[in-house]
Write a protein that binds this ligand. Structure first.
Ligand code: NAD
Length: 290
């Protein structure tokens, strides 16, 4: 049995996409021993490429030196074997937003992670934490830790205890996010969308409906919010950045939870997703990205 830690020093991350690689970067920058579990070698290559690109950007912007960037990378180890996370005191799950996939990961982590007081966290944007906790024999150790993209730049982290989460676990997770990572945690109830997406998604959907009804073009809607409300970018450019499939998936989850029409994805959004127009990541959404 691995000795328990009072503060988190050995961090495991499952999944190394946009969010997993971002968390690996900030945890390694905090000097922690970071081990990232991926499902196959190709995911490790993609994750490592995302991490390297982000580090190169931070060096180019003068935020860290080449030597600091190399030292940070040395704190991150990759594995394709989830069993290698056995000695971790905190494991953050950051795999694709699919309930069955995440429940499977939590069920396996439950059998693998040794310390009784280890924290199992999820970055889910829309799946109730209770349903992930239930996939384990220790729902009192499971908590939501919702980061924002890009993780190194975005300060907010939503912390979501389920009804079963032990208060001491939430306190320790809060201390990790604030004290170790230097981010701003806010505590949210275990409701789909938490705070940010519950407010943001209906706004983005309203902008899509405006384009759909012909009230204004995407460029005009975005210009209106940038110039009229001093937003750094308009809602349709933001939806393209988040990914239209992600926006639609979170909207579906909010609609399933609350049954409010304002969360229902408009047909234009659904058709764009079905057509593969996913925004920046596919090269085209409301705008083209050459
Ligand atoms: N992208 C965002 O803006 C954002 C913001 C906050 C939270 N999130 C949440 O973070 C999580 C990850 O999102 P992302 O944007 O990084 O997605 P992504 O598609 O970039 O990365 C997901 C990764 O998980 C891997 N994966 C899938 N199944 C796996 C398994 N069983 N074991 C190990 N790896 C597995 C995939 O290969 C992929 O590399 C999701 O729950 C998402 O809702 C995303």
């Amino acid at each position: 049995m691995t000795a328990p830690e009072t503060t988190v020093e050995r961090v495991g991350i499952v999944g190394c996409g946009l969010i997993g690689s971002g968390i690996a970067e900030v945890a390694a920058a905090a000097g922690l021993d970071v081990r990232v579990a991926v499902s196959r070698p190709a995911s490790r290559d993609r994750g490592l490429a995302l991490l390297r690109r982000s580090l190169a950007r931070s060096v180019a912007k003068g935020r860290r030196t080449e030597a600091e960037s190399a030292a940070l990378l040395a704190n991150v180890a990759f594995t394709t074997d989830l069993d290698d996370l056995a000695d971790r005191s905190l494991v953050i799950e950051a795999v694709s937003e699919d309930e069955r996939t995440k429940q499977d990961v939590f069920g396996r982590l439950d059998k693998i992670v040794e310390a009784d007081d280890a924290i199992l966290a999820s970055t889910t944007s829309s799946i109730p934490i209770m349903r992930l906790g239930r996939a384990t024999s220790r729902p009192d150790r499971v908590v939501g830790m919702h980061f924002f993209n890009p993780v190194p730049a975005m300060r907010l982290v939503e912390l979501i205890p389920s009804l079963a989460t032990d208060e001491a676990v939430t306190r320790r997770a809060t201390a990790f996010v604030a004290g170790t990572l230097g981010k701003e945690p806010i505590r949210c109830a275990d409701r789909t969308g938490f705070v940010v997406n519950t407010l943001l998604i209906p706004y983005l959907l309203a902008a899509v409906r405006m384009v759909e009804s012909g009230t204004a073009t995407a460029a005009v809607v975005d210009q209106a919010m940038v110039l009229g409300c001093a937003h750094p970018q308009g809602p349709l450019a933001l939806a393209d950045l988040i990914g239209l499939d992600s926006v639609a998936a979170i909207a579906e989850a909010l609609y399933a939870e609350f049954r409010e029409p304002l969360y229902s994805p408009p047909p234009l959004l659904s058709r764009m997703v079905e057509c593969g127009l996913l925004g920046r990541k596919s090269g085209r959404g409301f705008y083209a990205y050459p």
